[in-house]
Design a protein around this ligand. Structure first.
Ligand code: ARG
Length: 707
């Protein structure tokens, strides 16, 4: 390039005098607070300064400035030139779109072949696309002004490899504000302006000794917005360290003040366009991938579209909404068709996997079947296995969509044959995978349904405001009213309510209320650990909980041994049920379970004393037991036990209402944030909650009695 610059044809640069320049509007953060704050006089002087400097290095040409288009001075945004072809800019903001015909006329007059992008596909020229001086490719930015989807056009029209870089800091909204390829393969740039993936790409292409990293202080003075001709680098301003770094590599920095233009978010490079860009690249392609996905359901209600679009951009892709069919009422379904683009296949795969989880379906002409891979080691899935979520899922196998059975979170989908020779899909835990079993890998041929049953269930029962959310103390009573109503409905139709409870239920005086719920048929299964049972039985036998008198709230002499005495006594009987039978204790939560035939499961942990004979210390067995008791549940009430509740949440498919009560908002948020509408969090004392709940239920009974 150095050769081309100095020996062969002279470098030609296009500029536009600032006769109509001003900050008239705000389309980037630099313009904020600067409307009409720049001095035309100073701008003219500074622009002329730059013009003079460049005239020594190159042949500067001028395009006629146009009244009403103040940003036309920034000729970098006119288009992208390679050889005799120019890809004309399509400005993102209407404020600049009027510049397009003027630049087009200039290019045509100069004999360029002008390529025009489809309408609605923004690309802002050399502001967002820079040829690597030492290499054979084009760096193209996206994220703020130019659309990723414009990049394949560049690759095709200019016949060059395009490397897409995603900009993430809005101060550096154009690639040329934070990235400047220099002669001999050097690169001047500000890494924090790019996402991780882009930085990785840069590091792969530009060896470390060629990368000159600019500090923030220089970056915000637009040091990266430099014009490089040969060994000269022209910029607004540079700190000493940067000048030194460039000097060490044989570059001479020429500073020329451009502060008036900084007010519009531009400096030296923005004010110029190199119109001699000789082709050195061998024909190349772009690795950009595109897919069209289809989303359907209560898209607005559930915030699904937002989530999907966020997933795409934060995953490093970009999107174009092709179609959005809004339902006319809140309960109506809507549908969206979105074109997803990603810089390469790997990024696309990651994004697609997440979109499938959100319920997206790829709309190829013919949907692709699910990819299957055999298990080669028992209990271990193939690397790229699809991880399940709580939503109803179908897979496309042998030309048919089949429903996955036993839906739960964090499993793999195994495809097997049943006794009748039918192909079935089952959600399996990793440890349960058998050798030679076929497992779904990748994200092709999978669809999940976020809208269906769960939402319907919630709305037909007027679970109204119980949409996902965490209530504060103020709303507790209202929420309790709803939960009471729901418990009542479920009991009356013979449904199933499962309670997970921690020992806090006992310490906060909730025991008597939970006992009442069990007695009155509101609870169909109880899940917990060793502790809740021990504390409950200690209270029933000795009136203390961990040695504290539950009535007086004071420690009892020698009380710290009480819980071990309770454990020991139950161990003597052989089980909790036998202890009840033998009359060891005659009240309490466990007592009510035994007496009312409510099954319970106690899962052990490393800190358990004893344990009670019923406590399952084999955790695999405990998990299986929990899963069995959860099956068919309509509602799960999680009372102050993070550990057991998370375990339960993981096993529970969507469509089951979860009510999580804890004094710690973090726990509540963690548990009720399943992204499904049917979970409710209540931040309050669990003893208080249970007492309110029982009160509400008896009020309901009173109402029923009156009718
Ligand atoms: N005010 C102009 C805009 O926001 C500044 C353009 C700067 N140009 C550049 N190549 N970075 O569009």
């Amino acid at each position: 390039m150095t050769m081309t610059d100095s020996v062969t044809a002279p470098v030609r640069i296009l500029m536009c005098a600032p006769h109509h320049y001003d900050v008239d509007y705000v389309i980037n953060p630099w313009m904020e607070g600067n409307i009409h704050r720049s001095s035309r006089e100073r701008a003219e002087a500074q622009w002329t300064g730059l013009y003079q400097v460049l005239k020594d290095q190159a042949q500067v040409e001028l395009v006629e400035p146009q009244k009403g288009w103040p940003d036309m001075v920034f000729t970098a945004n006119a288009g992208l030139v390679l050889d005799k072809t120019v890809v004309l800019s399509r400005f993102f903001h209407p404020e600049r779109q009027g510049e397009e015909p003027h630049f087009q006329a200039w290019f045509e007059a100069q004999g360029f072949t002008v390529q025009v992008l489809p309408e609605g596909l923004p690309f802002e020229g050399a502001g967002d696309a820079l040829f690597d001086r030492g290499g054979h490719w084009l760096w193209a930015g996206y994220g703020f002004r130019s659309e990723l989807d414009s990049h394949p056009y560049l690759a095709r029209w200019l016949d060059v490899e395009v490397l897409s870089l995603r900009l993430v800091d809005q101060r550096f909204y154009h690639l040329d504000t934070c990235f400047c390829p220099l002669s001999d393969g050097y690169l001047l740039y500000y890494p924090p302006a790019f996402d991780t993936y882009s930085n990785h790409l840069i590091e792969l292409r530009v060896p470390e000794e060629k990368r000159i990293v600019v500090e923030e202080a220089d970056a915000i003075r637009f040091a990266c917005n430099s014009v490089n001709v040969g060994r000269v680098v022209v910029m607004n301003q540079a700190g000493d360290r940067l000048k030194q770094a460039l000097g060490d590599r044989g570059f001479t920095v020429v500073e020329t003040p451009l502060t008036e233009f900084l007010k519009a978010g531009g400096a030296a490079k923005c004010l110029t366009l190199k119109t001699t860009e000789p082709r050195q690249a061998s024909p190349q392609t772009s690795s950009i991938q595109s897919r069209i996905i289809h989303l359907e359901g209560h898209l607005l209600d559930s915030g699904l579209v937002n989530k999907a679009l966020d997933t795409i951009t934060s995953g490093g892709g970009s999107f174009q909404v092709l179609n959005f069919n809004l339902g006319s009422q809140r309960q109506d379904k809507s549908a969206a068709e979105i074109k997803v683009s990603a810089p390469d296949a790997e990024v696309m795969r990651d994004i697609m996997a997440q979109l499938v989880d959100l319920g997206a379906v790829t709309t190829a002409d013919a949907p692709q079947p699910a990819n299957l891979e055999a298990v080669v080691q028992a209990g271990v899935a193939p690397d790229d296995f699809y991880v399940t979520n709580i939503y109803p899922t179908e897979v496309l196998v042998q030309g048919r969509w089949i429903q996955v059975q036993g839906q739960r979170m964090d499993g793999a989908i195994a495809i097997t044959q049943n006794a009748q020779g039918q192909t079935i899909a089952t959600c399996k835990l990793l440890r349960d995978l058998c050798i030679d079993e076929q497992v779904v890998v990748g994200s092709e041929g999978i669809r999940t349904n976020r809208s269906g049953s769960s939402l319907k269930k919630a709305s037909t029962e007027e679970f109204g405001f119980m949409g996902a959310g965490v209530s504060s103390e103020r709303r507790v009573e209202l929420v309790v009213e709803q939960i009471a109503w729901d418990l009542r409905q479920i009991r009356d139709r013979g449904g199933k309510v499962v309670v997970t409870a921690g020992p806090v239920v006992i310490h906060t005086g909730g025991s008597e209320h939970l006992r009442k719920l069990i007695r009155e048929g509101y609870v169909q299964a109880l899940l917990g650990g060793n502790a809740i049972a021990v504390h409950d039985i200690e209270q029933a036998m000795m009136g203390t909980s961990l040695g504290v008198d539950m009535k007086r709230g004071t420690s009892v002499h020698g009380g710290h041994r009480h819980h071990l005495k309770a454990i020991n006594s139950v161990r003597r009987c052989g089980s909790i049920a036998q202890a009840v039978e033998q009359g060891l204790f005659t009240s309490g939560i466990m007592y009510e379970c035994v007496k009312n035939n409510v099954p319970f499961s106690l899962a052990g942990s490393i800190r358990d004393d004893g344990p009670l004979p019923d406590t399952k210390m084999d955790l695999l067995e405990a998990q299986a037991d929990y899963a069995r008791l959860i099956e068919g549940a309509d509602l799960i009430l999680m009372l102050s036990t993070m550990l057991h509740s998370i375990g339960v949440g993981n096993m529970t498919p969507a469509g089951v209402k979860l009510v999580c009560v804890d004094i710690n908002p973090a726990v509540v948020t963690k548990l009720s944030d399943r992204g499904s509408v049917e979970s409710t969090g209540v931040v309050t004392d669990v003893g208080l909650f249970l007492s309110l709940l029982v009160q509400q239920l008896s009020k309901l009974t009173g109402q029923y009695a009156q009718v």
